[in-house]
Design a protein around this ligand. Structure first.
Ligand SMILES: Cc1ncc(C[n+]2csc(CCOP(=O)(O)OP(=O)(O)O)c2C)c(N)n1
Length: 205
């Protein structure tokens, strides 16, 4: 990385092919890319936070503390096959899925209606502030993909532990288990810094 290159430029230069990278295949170049992504996502998040403090952007949930999870999961997925349904913190860390993710996130933060739509071919849905309401959509999307012979990807949905108090969460988990839908839920377990991964209703600590 040159002295003049921004983290964003560095990340773009290191993006490489879009194939998912399994843990055993992670190289130093991937690690360098993930670090650049983590730094970039913090910078994007801080920028929107500053806009919010100036009264130029609306409600904002900073990415702080979730950068590594986003860089890692983003690298593990295939942006041409897999889908991500974010909650409200994650979009600044999902540049690998397409530069318009960030553009649309900023529009959303500014209150522009186009921020509620991320056009194809980008496989990331817009932010969702109503807790757990993205989870039934994720299961429905995965279930629909199972009926499309050309769709071989998975659906990843982000939610916080507060979402596990919502009916949407349990109804979705039940539907996913019944339908065998390929969804992976990533749960952030808030302020204590612990995280849990829920997959088809089985909790792995
Ligand atoms: C259905 C619903 N109820 C309440 C809220 C208000 N609300 C916004 S963020 C939040 C806390 C969510 O905490 P958590 O699930 O731990 O997610 P985190 O933001 O910590 O990642 C609440 C209660 C909401 N957005 N939606």
């Amino acid at each position: 990385m040159s002295d003049t290159a921004s983290p964003t430029d560095a990340a773009a230069g290191l993006l490489g092919p879009l194939e998912p990278v399994p843990p055993a295949s992670v190289t130093d170049q991937h690690r360098q890319w993930m670090l650049a992504q983590m730094i970039a996502s913090r910078i994007y998040s801080q920028r929107v936070f500053n806009l919010q403090r100036q009264g130029r952007a609306g409600t904002n949930a900073p990415v702080d503390g979730s950068e590594a999870l986003l860089a890692g999961t983003s690298l593990a997925l295939d942006p041409t096959k897999d889908w991500i349904l974010p909650q409200y913190r994650e979009l600044v860390g999902l540049e690998r899925f397409g530069p318009d993710v960030l553009d649309r996130y900023v529009l959303y933060a500014l209150g522009h209606p186009d921020g509620g739509n991320i056009p194809e071919p980008t496989r990331v849905w817009p932010p969702q502030i109503s807790l757990a309401t993205q989870v039934p959509h994720a299961v429905g999307l995965a279930w629909g993909m199972q009926h499309q012979p050309n769709e071989t990807g998975c659906v990843l949905v982000f939610l916080g532990d507060g979402s596990s108090s919502e009916g949407d969460f349990y109804e979705s988990e039940n539907s996913a288990a019944m339908d065998g839908a390929t969804t992976v839920n990533i749960e952030f377990v808030g302020s204590d810094g612990e995280r849990a991964l829920l997959k088809e209703g089985i909790e792995l600590q």
